[in-house]
Design a protein around this ligand. Structure first.
Ligand code: IPE
Ligand code: IPE
Ligand code: MG
Length: 247
C-alpha cells in the first residue's frame, strides 16, 4: 500500500515545517554545480507544496535561506536569490489558481531590493486567499527572531506603565514572525543531519521531529506522505501520561 493511502485524513498535522537540506551534496554526487542542486531543490519544493495541498495540510513552512546562509560564497548567495525570485514569479499564477496564500518569515530588509519586491508583491496579491498557507523562511534565524520580539516588547512598554511579572508566553509568541501561524505539529529535516540549525526554536517546543537521510532534491511526494504516516504513529503526550492521553 502506498503511503498516501495510509494517511488518516482526520488526524493530519495542520502545520508542517521543513528544513530542506542536502542540495549541495546532491549536486556533488551528480558531478554538478551546487546551484543545480538548488534548482532541483526548487522543483521539489513545488512538488511538496502540491502534496501538502492535496492531502489538506493548512500551513507549510519551507526553510529556504537562513540568516547564517548569508555567509556562503557570493556567487551561491546570488544564485539562490535569483532562483527564489524566479520560482515565485513563475509559480505565481498557480498560487492564485489554487487559492494559496504566500507568506514569509525572516528579515526581508536584508534581501536584494528586486527580490524583496517580487516576493512582497506575490504575498500582497495572495493575502486574501483562504487555501494552503505557504510560508517561506527567508533570511530567517530563530534567535534573531526572539531578540526582535524582545526589542518590540521593550519598545511597546517603554512608554506605558507595565507589570513585568505579567509577561506571558503569549506576549513573546505574539511578537514573533509567526504570531498569526499555529505551531508546527511536524518538523521534517532531510539529508541526514540531525540538528535544528536555528529554525523555529520557540515554535517547535512540542513538534514531532522527523529526520531522513534522503537529500532534499530526491525528496518526492511519497517521501512526504511517509513522514506524515510516521507522525500519525507517534503519541503526543505534552508532559502527560499515556493513560491520561487515551482517556
Ligand atoms: C539546503 O541545501 C539549501 C540551503 C541551505 C540554501 P545545502 O546547500 O545546505 O546543501 P548541503 O547541506 O551543502 O548538501
Ligand atoms: C539549514 O541548512 C538552512 C536551510 C535549509 C535553508 P544548512 O545547510 O544551512 O544548515 P547547517 O549549516 O548544516 O547547520
Ligand atoms: Mg546544508
Amino acid at each position: 500500500m502506498s503511503f498516501i493511502e495510509q494517511i488518516d485524513k482526520t488526524r493530519l498535522p495542520k502545520h508542517v515545517a521543513v528544513i530542506m537540506d542536502g542540495n549541495g551534496r546532491w549536486a556533488k554526487k551528480q558531478g554538478k554545480d551546487r546551484l543545480e542542486g538548488h534548482s532541483q531543490g526548487a522543483v521539489r519544493a513545488r512538488e511538496i507544496v502540491d502534496a501538502a495541498n492535496k492531502i489538506g495540510v493548512k500551513y507549510i513552512t519551507l526553510y529556504a535561506f537562513s540568516i547564517e546562509n548569508w555567509q556562503r560564497p557570493d556567487s551561491e548567495v546570488r544564485g539562490l536569490m535569483a532562483l527564489l525570485s524566479k520560482s515565485i514569479v513563475s509559480q505565481f499564477a498557480d498560487l492564485i489558481k489554487y487559492n494559496m496564500r504566500l507568506l514569509t518569515i525572516g528579515d526581508n530588509s536584508m534581501l536584494p531590493a528586486d527580490v524583496r519586491e517580487d516576493i512582497e508583491d506575490a504575498c500582497a496579491k495572495s493575502a486574501q486567499n483562504t487555501g494552503l498557507n505557504v510560508i517561506i523562511a527567508l533570511s530567517y534565524g530563530s534567535r534573531y527572531e526572539i531578540v526582535n520580539a524582545a526589542k518590540s516588547l521593550l519598545k511597546k512598554y517603554a512608554a506605558e506603565p507595565f507589570d513585568i511579572d505579567s509577561l506571558s508566553e503569549k506576549d513573546i509568541a505574539d511578537h514573533l514572525y509567526t504570531a498569526q501561524i499555529p505551531d508546527p505539529e511536524l518538523l521534517i529535516r532531510t539529508s541526514g543531519e540531525v540538528r535544528i540549525s536555528n529554525f523555529l526554536l520557540w515554535q517547535i517546543s512540542y513538534s514531532e521531529l522527523y529526520f531522513t537521510d534522503v537529500l532534499w532534491p530526491d525528496f518526492g511526494e511519497e517521501e512526504f506522505y511517509k513522514a506524515i504516516v510516521d507522525y500519525q504513529h507517534r503519541e503526543r503526550r505534552f508532559g502527560k501520561t499515556s493513560q491520561q492521553i487515551s482517556q
